[in-house]
Design a protein. Structure first.
Length: 266
């Protein structure tokens, strides 16, 4: 009976910690959905309101120490990297997706709040890394992971002009991280799972959030111009690669601790 109670307590705490790690992303998604149905401010475009709200919420997290300076740096880096990709993807020549509403705070076809959507992923990874005290087993050499994510980022652009190498990149990812396990502490005991599986589970949640965001008219794909449609499951491959890119970027500022070594030997 004690074991069952402990397990239930652990599951509840796991959910609470995950929710805490998702604070920024959850706030953004909530703002998007609420303003989809109720937005009474006439003098400020909805997209601009989301941009300002994201900045204010970031300041709130920092002031009340719910987020560290290091995590804020991750968000800034993600915002810059994502905005460059957004400018390319939404350009008139490419048109992978579009933002249908008006805005003032923006560059080209990209409202500035969009970078925060990617930053939410980076923020989640940085926060969950700290909250669950991540440690790793058989983590590959960082140099190879950096080379891999550079290839992933380049492919987001290059596949419009040459062959799409995402499946090759996914194969290399599987080969590189096949034996890697992530160890996470909920209460006192470390649990573990294959890192590849962990990324997949997060990618599914991002796909669900993407469907909610497109339903809220935050952005739309060409096939959604005449009415909302479910985002194809095939997009999971893109989100999985983005998940990997985000994870490796965070690993550059967070220590990748080896589970087999005591903490004082890291």
């Amino acid at each position: 009976m004690a074991t069952i109670k402990y397990t239930i307590h652990e599951l509840i705490l796991f959910a609470v910690k995950q929710a805490h790690a998702c604070l920024f992303g959850g706030f953004l998604l909530a703002i998007m959905l609420v303003t989809r149905y109720w937005y009474p401010i006439d003098f400020l475009h909805r997209y601009d309101f989301i941009f300002i709200a994201a900045i204010v919420f970031q300041l709130f997290l920092l002031i009340f120490k719910l987020e560290t300076i290091k995590e804020a740096i991750v968000i800034i880096v993600f915002h810059l990297v994502a905005t460059v990709m957004e400018l390319f993807k939404t350009s008139d020549a490419i048109g992978s997706w579009s933002y249908p509403e008006a805005y003032v705070f923006g560059v080209g076809n990209v409202p500035l709040f969009t970078g925060f959507m990617y930053s939410a992923v980076g923020s989640y990874i940085a926060r969950v890394w700290r909250i669950f005290e991540f440690r790793y087993e058989n983590y590959p050499n960082k140099r190879w992971t950096i080379i891999l994510v550079i290839g992933i980022y380049v492919n987001f652009f290059s596949h419009h002009f040459i062959a799409d190498f995402r499946w090759l990149l996914l194969f290399i990812t599987g080969w590189l991280f096949f034996n890697t396990k992530i160890h996470f502490k909920i209460i006192k005991t470390y649990r573990n799972m294959p890192l590849l599986l962990g990324w997949f589970l997060v990618a599914i949640f991002i796909w669900i959030a993407e469907n909610l965001a497109t339903y809220a008219n935050i952005w739309i794909y060409p096939n959604q111009t005449n009415g909302w449609e479910l985002v194809p499951l095939a997009k999971l491959s893109s989100w999985y690669l983005l998940m990997l890119l985000s994870f490796v970027l965070v690993s550059l500022i967070n220590e990748v601790r080896d589970y087999s070594k005591p903490k004082n030997e890291q």
